[in-house]
Structure formats: C-alpha cells, structure tokens
Design a protein around this ligand. Structure first.
Ligand code: GLP
Length: 256
C-alpha cells in the first residue's frame, strides 16, 4: 500500500488525477472504475480541467441506489453525468452504471460482472470510503470475496448520506454494488479520503487487521493500492511520518 498525505483534498486529488491522466494518455481505451460521494469531486474537477480525450474510455461505476429513478437528483447516474461525464467527450455507450431499476437484480449483477471481464477488466478503480469503512456500498461484514449484488445499507450510511437527500426517509435502503472481490480484481485501486470523520476508518484500513467489519482493510492484500489522504483523514495514523518519508524519498522513476 502507498499512503500519500497532502495538506488539502485538492492537492491529494490532483496527484490522483495525474495518475489517471497518464493512464489515459498511454492507453486511450482504458477501463476506469468510478465512485460517487463528495470525496471524488476534487478529482473529477481536476480531470475535467486536464481536458483529456475520453472518446475511447470505458467506465464502470461502483454502485447505485435501488428504486431511485435514473434522473433523480441523487441517483448516481445523475451524479456522474453532472460532475464528470458531461464535461468530457466520453461516448454514452461506454458508460456503465448499475441499473437500480432492473427487473431482475441477480441477472443484472451477473451480466455486470461479465461485462467488466469482456471489456478487459478495470485498469484503475477509484474508491471513497464510508465512515464505517465501506468501499462501494460493501457495508461491514460484506464477504471479502463478494461479487456485484444487492446490499442493504446500514443505518449509519443512511444517516451519513441524508445530507444529500434532505431527509433520511427519502434514501433507498437497498443498493446494487460491485463486490469486494470485484474491486480486488482491478489492476490498481486509488482510494481517496478527506476529513476528520474518515480518520478512524482510515486508521483501521491502513494499520488494523484485515477484517470484514472494515471492508477497506482488504486493500492491504491488493498489489497496487494507493491511499490519497488529507491531513485530517490521516490524523489517526500511527506511522504517518514513515509514509511521508517514503513519499519524499520516491525514486525519480517512480514519481507520479
Ligand atoms: C457513499 C458511496 C461510496 C462513498 C462513500 C463515502 O455512500 N457509495 O462509494 O465512498 O459513501 O461518501 P462521501 O465521499 O460522500 O463521504
């Protein structure tokens, strides 16, 4: 794991964006796994500023609420088009986001998995993290080998996301999410976390034991996982001086 701690969320997101930009320049038909929530916003802002060529890029989103109309202001379809896709030249047919209104959820999930493989697998998966350690919508106790499927949100996640909806009552209780096994098959995982309210989940994910109670801990087993943090989300890491030391000692050829 690589832990990159920056003064501000935007500083951290800019470095993450440079890694994605490099991939898109080297591999124009790259497959990206994308996340929603407030955390990736500075990353998407920077990617838009970089004015990259998205004409051949393929994207798979991590998750979507079940039962929310596709054009609802809080659907992840709306989020992605508003915050990233409409500012790029991505081809709409290359955008894959779980369909929260599918009539056959198990079939949809199996097809989503097959499609990821058919498109060559995910080159870079962007992740946020829930205050309870969830990645995608894989809530605590999710199988660390899980695949795309339906999940029930925890009450904590519903409370956390109420700020987007206005009231807790409006938030669907069910979602479709890529599984942890699916995420672990991405060739690279880039997790972003900002703010004091993520500090505990990050401390566990980086320095705690691997356990389904904090799904992000599984990234300790991933061969290419990078955590981009601000000072606040990194505040409870015991070895942050070491992570900063590693980053400042990066060999020239390894720099982002
Ligand atoms: C959401 C998303 C996750 C996201 C997390 C944190 O519910 N499903 O992909 O990482 O919760 O959200 P935020 O970035 O707004 O804190």
């Amino acid at each position: 794991m690589e832990i990159i701690i920056q003064n501000t969320p935007q500083d951290a997101a800019d470095i993450a964006a440079s890694i994605i930009a490099k991939l898109l320049n080297e591999k124009p038909n790259a497959v990206l796994g994308l996340a929603t929530g407030s955390t990736p916003l500075p990353l998407y802002k920077r990617l838009v500023e970089l004015n990259l060529d998205w004409s051949q890029v393929i994207t798979f989103n991590l998750d979507e609420y079940i039962g929310l109309p596709r054009d609802h202001s809080q659907s992840y379809h709306t989020f992605m088009w508003e915050n990233l896709f409409r500012h790029t030249n991505i081809h709409p047919s290359n955008v894959y986001i779980p369909d929260g209104n599918t009539a056959d959820i198990p079939k949809f999930c199996a097809d989503y998995e097959a499609l990821i493989i058919e498109k060559g697998g995910i080159d870079i998966q962007v992740l946020g993290i829930g205050t309870d350690g969830h990645i995608g919508f894989n809530e605590p106790t999710s199988s660390l080998a899980s695949r795309t499927r339906i999940k029930t949100l925890t009450q904590q996640t519903i409370r956390d996301n109420a700020r987007f909806f206005g009231t807790e009552e409006e938030i669907p209780h069910h979602v479709i999410t890529m599984g942890i096994g699916t995420i672990m098959e991405a060739r690279q995982n880039i997790l972003l976390a900002f703010g004091e309210n993520k500090a505990q989940a990050i401390a566990e994910a980086v320095e705690g034991p691997i356990q389904a109670i904090n799904p992000a801990t599984v990234l300790q087993m991933h061969p290419n996982a990078k955590f981009f943090l601000d000072i606040k989300s990194a505040s409870r890491l015991k070895r942050k001086e070491y992570y900063n030391w590693v980053y400042s000692n990066k060999p020239e050829w390894q720099k982002f």
